[in-house]
Write a protein that binds this ligand. Structure first.
Ligand SMILES: *[C@@H]1O[C@H](CO)[C@@H](O)[C@H](O)[C@H]1NC(C)=O
Ligand SMILES: *[C@@H]1O[C@H](CO)[C@@H](O)[C@H](O)[C@H]1NC(C)=O
Ligand SMILES: *[C@@H]1O[C@H](CO)[C@@H](O)[C@H](O)[C@H]1NC(C)=O
Length: 387
């Protein structure tokens, strides 16, 4: 999972922080300050980053500070204690989604881990000789108790990544080792749609390369984030016919689109643009191609770091980052894409380790976060702001 671009990012962030400390030293010489800093905006950002790091220590995150204006405050995620009631035996939990019964469905890697030896330089999976994962990889959990209600997905997958349950309870699964995406109808183990060629990474439109995530619109259109190598989004009609590649017309460059979330009322597809450390929301183009050339909404803030997951609730996005730099807390963000701002930060009291994906319950009452090392699943209640 570690690549040059990733270490480059980490170096960039650390140097930004070091620069911030350096600039801080100059602040005692205000007479020189303006002259020395032609790029005021940049330094303002650095200071903002440092302030945010001060402000959002995990111990402070749960505090209920009196707020000036609760009118447009978002629902706040609050971790549900002792959920699941019993410990589950899980591998790396790479994905979570919620079904029509409002139960979370998770995708985990059982005894398999993604490490340095999993792929070679040309992105070919090196462990096909192990065969598919023998344990069940897809578990449906009870929303109240976290008890396993159902499981399937043994002997099918090699390196689980994305899982999305659509409104008809079809399962959309991405496997980065197979370089494929599948649609499974409820209760079936033969996919009804398959994208990509097994074990063949590629960048033409018949091939995928380590695809990460799927979003399905109520119109039936399908968006595939493809993924670690191609950094593009493919849009298909409900039958699997390719409609569009993003970016094409729009001025947008992605770096590891890692999870997708649709905001249908705004006709936006929000992307966790992981290595660019931002969330971008280009036009989804669900109802009209008009606006396809409009610029994407971009949410980028110094404390965001590498954004792993996004999920929509109404017109807002809930997001999680992952380890980026020691100075950046691993935490959740609540984002208002229309104003391109982060409006809240949140995390469980005990802190996150490596959040990988998240999902909002269709009735908007809960949010789930899947983590890798420690391998676990969190439930959060979405608590309306105090009036
Ligand atoms: C679950 O795991 C935690 C941490 O390892 C442990 O403290 C707890 O006793 C376990 N609970 C059950 C019900 O096994
Ligand atoms: C990567 O692995 C594949 C299949 O195992 C092999 O065909 C390919 O030559 C390897 N590439 C390199 C650069 O070693
Ligand atoms: C949403 O679903 C959960 C789980 O079934 C239920 O407990 C809760 O009452 C529902 N909330 C709303 C607002 O409908």
């Amino acid at each position: 999972m570690k690549g040059n671009s990733q270490s480059a990012m980490v170096i960039t962030v650390s140097s930004v922080i070091l620069l911030g400390l350096f600039v801080g030293a100059f602040e005692s010489y205000p007479q020189n300050y303006e002259e020395r800093n032609p790029n005021q905006e940049f330094y303002d950002e650095v200071r903002q980053l440092m302030n945010l790091n001060e402000q959002y220590r995990p111990s402070d995150i749960q505090s209920d500070e009196p707020e000036k204006d609760t009118a447009d405050k978002p629902d706040r995620p609050r971790a549900v204690k002792y959920w699941p009631h019993e410990n589950l035996t899980l591998g790396q939990v790479s994905a979570v989604s919620v079904n029509s019964q409002l139960h979370p469905v998770i995708f985990h890697r059982a005894d398999r881990v993604w490490d340095y030896y999993t792929f070679n330089e040309t992105n070919h999976f090196q462990k096909a000789y192990l065969g598919p994962i023998k344990e069940h990889t897809v578990l449906t959990l009870d929303s109240q108790t976290g008890k396993v209600l159902g499981k399937w997905g043994a002997d099918l997958f090699y390196m689980p990544h994305g899982l999305t349950v659509d409104r008809h309870d079809n399962l959309w699964i991405t496997d980065v080792a197979l370089h494929q995406v599948f649609k499974f109808k409820p209760g079936e183990i033969q996919p009804t749609l398959t994208f990509g060629v097994a074990f063949e990474p590629g960048s033409d439109t018949n091939h995928l390369c380590k695809p990460t995530s799927v979003a399905v619109a109520s119109t039936g259109e399908i968006f595939i984030a493809d993924g670690y190598c191609n950094s593009r989004i493919l849009k298909y009609n409900a039958a699997g016919g390719l409609l569009r590649v993003i970016p094409k017309q729009e001025f947008l460059s992605l770096q590891v689109p890692h999870q997708l979330a649709l905001i249908e009322p705004l006709d936006r597809l929000c992307i966790a643009d992981r290595e660019n450390m931002r969330v971008v929301c280009p036009r989804a183009g669900l109802y009209t191609v008009k606006g396809n050339k409009e610029p994407a909404l971009t949410i980028q803030q110094p404390d965001m770091g590498r954004v792993f997951g996004v999920a929509a609730k109404g017109n807002l996005i809930y997001a999680v980052n992952g380890p980026t730099s020691k100075a950046l807390p691993v935490q959740g963000f609540t984002i208002d894409p229309q104003s391109e701002t982060v409006i809240d930060h949140w995390a469980p009291e005990a802190g996150f380790g490596n959040p990988h994906a998240l999902a909002v319950c269709p009735n908007g009452s809960a949010l789930y976060v899947a983590e890798i090392q420690p391998n676990r699943i969190w439930k959060f209640e979405l608590v309306p702001p105090k009036k």
